[in-house]
Design a protein around this ligand. Sequence first.
Ligand SMILES: [Cu+2]
Length: 67
Amino acid sequence: MLKLKVEKMNCGHCASTVQKAVKAVDPVATVNIDLPSGTVSVDSAASEDSIADAIRSAGYPNEKIAA
Ligand SMILES: [Cu+2]
């Protein structure tokens, strides 16, 4: 399980944008987004870097945090 602290994600629209970015990398990924804490948990077979980069490309800087 990859857990990311995602910056600038502050509404439902942001959350769906982040979700779409992850699903573009891995359509079967499980994505859990917690807006109040700005964290995103991803369960996916894709590489952690590719997921983090996709979220970054969508406009949301992020870094991995301890699961
Ligand atoms: Cu937003």
